[in-house]
Design a protein. Structure first.
Length: 142
């Protein structure tokens, strides 16, 4: 397996997650779903990760309290929160972020909690997907 975005530390974790998913789903279903996801273009994959509509039919009962993330949401984040969001997108753990910014792990946890609250997200994966899309959009407009 080739490391994702050069983050070889994530490969082992990914392998463990894949093994769990294969155990739960079975090899045939896992392979079919993996192939379907593998062929997604970046914007479609980001929509999926962020649980945004992607032109597909809307579910019968959408979550009314969870607005779709937008590019202008970055305006609600402080410069430090944007910096931490970029590090989350790079795959760093809170302890790694703390070490790289020379702040305490507890301070990072507070920033991460505020990022999740401000963006109305439930997971670091959503922050990473949002930041990746933001960076992708910025590159496209240049």
């Amino acid at each position: 397996m080739t490391p994702l975005f050069g983050a070889s530390a994530l490969v082992e974790k990914r392998d463990v997650c894949e093994a769990r998913a294969r155990l739960e789903l079975g090899d045939e279903i896992f392979d079919a779903e993996y192939a379907a996801g593998h062929h997604l273009e970046l914007p479609a994959a980001l929509h999926f990760a962020l649980e945004e509509p992607s032109g597909e039919p809307e579910p019968t009962e959408p979550e009314p309290t969870r607005p779709a993330p937008t590019a202008d949401r970055e305006e609600v984040l402080t410069a430090r929160e944007l910096q931490i969001s970029r590090l989350i997108a790079a795959g760093l753990r809170n302890s790694d972020i703390a070490e790289s910014l020379t702040i305490s792990r507890r301070t990072v946890e507070g920033h991460v909690n505020r990022i999740l609250a401000k963006l109305n997200f439930r997971s670091r994966a959503q922050v990473a997907a949002w930041m990746t899309r933001r960076q992708f959009d910025l590159q496209r407009t240049r």
